[in-house]
Design a protein around this ligand. Structure first.
Ligand code: ADP
Ligand code: MG
Length: 242
């Protein structure tokens, strides 16, 4: 579904993503785990076709031009920063994104109600986005990301700043989506979230250190948890952490 070959992104002299090779098969919840500045958002932006790699190749749904329209409608992208219109209501925001993807009006209303029910915003249809709490905004963003029923959902720290109980709800929705056959690529710096992924890639300073199932990563580094495995993988690649 997604194959990255020696993907590199340089901003001036800084290398944000460094010769990254990765193959992500369909039907998984795949996590990118790494601290701030490790290149997670840059990598997702390149996969979405919003940034051009400095070098390397991205093959997505058998297409090597990630920004292409045929590919774009298969993808749902929830960026790290706020991406809804504060002056539009909850309903209008979802309709806006639905129309952008050309969903027929007859179908759009049903999908809108279904998706807002899932993210538990049915009672706020006519509230302005500007008046929503942080957690409600994140739920609205998820709804706008899913309205066109993408095959691959790309989520950049979707639970950043949300309270722990909502974070757990988000994960129930992700697992529900994955169960229905949707692939999910998600970034996080929460170990607890990474542990729930089918596969996890460790990223640090733009480099991919390891990727495997959480269980195998813990076994490989003889670690009791994924956090310890991440630290061990970092030490193996960079020496002692500063
Ligand atoms: P993460 O999402 O893991 O926090 P980012 O992909 O946002 O990491 O950033 C990786 C590195 O690239 C950081 O050092 C960041 O400062 C740098 N970077 C990201 N975007 C830009 C940009 N548009 N211009 C210059 N440097 C950037
Ligand atoms: Mg980021």
């Amino acid at each position: 579904m997604l194959t990255l070959t020696k993907v590199t992104k340089q901003f001036g002299s800084q290398i944000a993503v460094d010769k990254l090779d990765l193959n992500i098969p369909q039907g998984l919840v795949f996590g990118l785990l790494g601290p701030n500045g490790s290149g997670k958002s840059t990598l997702l932006r390149m996969i979405m076709g919003l940034l051009k790699p400095t070098s390397g190749n991205i093959l997505i749904f058998n297409n090597n031009s990630p920004g292409d329209f045929e590919v774009k409608h298969l993808l749902g992208y929830m960026p790290q920063q706020l991406a809804v219109y504060p002056g539009l209501s909850v309903r209008e925001n979802v309709l806006f994104y639905g129309r952008l993807y050309g969903i027929p009006e007859t179908e759009l209303e049903t999908r809108l109600l279904d998706i807002l029910e899932m993210v538990e915003l049915s009672s706020c249809l006519d509230n302005l986005a500007a008046d929503l709490s942080g957690g409600m905004l994140r739920r609205l963003m998820l709804a706008t990301t899913l309205i066109h029923q993408p095959s691959l959902v790309i989520l950049d720290e979707p639970t950043a700043g949300v309270d722990p109980s909502l974070r757990l709800r988000f994960w129930e929705w992700f697992e529900e989506l994955a169960h229905g056959g949707t692939s999910i690529l998600i970034t996080t710096h929460h170990i607890s979230e990474a542990s729930r992924c089918n596969k996890v890639a460790f990223l640090r300073q733009g480099k991919l250190l390891e990727h495997d199932t959480p269980e195998k990563l813990m076994q490989r580094y003889d670690s009791a948890n994924l956090e310890e495995a991440f630290v061990q993988a970092t030490q193996a690649n960079f020496g002692e952490m500063k």
